[in-house]
Design a protein around this ligand. Structure first.
Ligand code: CTP
Ligand code: MG
Length: 223
């Protein structure tokens, strides 16, 4: 099946402390966002890429798209929070009959195999995300009481996360009406009663957040 992807890159990259949006920092030979875009521009099943960007970064993004001869990429402006940026991206999607994936610009190493497994799962069940089993022991401290969560049930959520277009559009509309903000899109679908499936992802699909992540990423592309 073909799919659309919304790539959100309209953050500020504050935790990276680079003085500019981390999307433009180099990983090996290419800027971070170029690695992310390539994962989808080089996939025939990906029919449309909506790249959500800051107004301040638009020129530089357009310039990269030209320099790399990326087809099928459209640039739209994001919003204050990540969720607002995703919503702006969803509004720009041309074909509501394709499943839509939502992906962080800051995850450059997503593998095509995982993307295709995800798309198949969305076809089956309407909503799915990539996630990996948590390897740390996770503690919960609530009202002064410490508990150890059962790791057998814990997954670390990644992106892409994918949905039938109408489902995620409606979930976003409702969340906006209620002023409800969640940290990922699956949480919106969950909160409106949809079952979201997990597709076992890959530990390499890290989100580049801090300078240490950037170092890991550079080492990763070298090998
Ligand atoms: N993002 C976005 N619009 C926002 C905030 C975030 O499109 N208003 C995007 C980021 O560009 C990033 C992804 O959402 O690709 C995940 O967010 P995060 O890793 O937190 O990136 P930033 O918000 O840019 O970084 P920070 O939180 O450190 O400022
Ligand atoms: Mg952020």
């Amino acid at each position: 099946t073909n799919y659309t992807v919304v790539i959100v890159a309209a953050g500020q990259g504050k935790r990276m402390n680079a003085g500019r949006n981390k999307q433009f920092l180099m990983i090996g030979e290419h800027p971070l966002i170029v690695h992310t875009l390539k994962a989808f521009t080089e996939d025939k099943k990906c029919r449309e890429i909506i790249l959500v960007t800051n107004e301040a970064d638009e020129k530089d993004m357009e310039e990269l798209i030209m320099r790399y001869h990326f087809r099928k990429v459209r640039v739209v402006y994001g919003g204050k929070e990540r969720q607002d940026s995703v919503y702006q991206g969803l509004l720009a999607v041309s074909d509501p009959s394709c499943p839509v994936l939502i992906h962080d610009g800051a995850r450059p190493f997503v593998k095509r195999k995982n993307v295709h497994e995800l798309v198949e799962k969305i076809e089956e069940s309407g909503a799915a995300l990539l996630a990996v089993p948590v390897t740390d022991t996770v503690k919960q401290m609530k009202d002064g009481k410490l508990e150890t969560l059962n790791r057998d049930y814990l997954w670390a959520a990644q992106t892409p996360q994918g949905f039938s277009y109408d489902m995620i559009r409606q979930a976003h509309e409702k969340a906006r009406e209620n002023g409800f903000y969640a940290t990922d899109d699956a949480a919106l679908a969950e909160s409106f009663g949809h079952n979201v499936s997990i597709v076992h992802g890959n530990y390499d699909n890290i989100k580049i957040t801090t300078p240490e992540d950037l170092q890991k990423a550079s080492a990763y592309v070298k090998k």
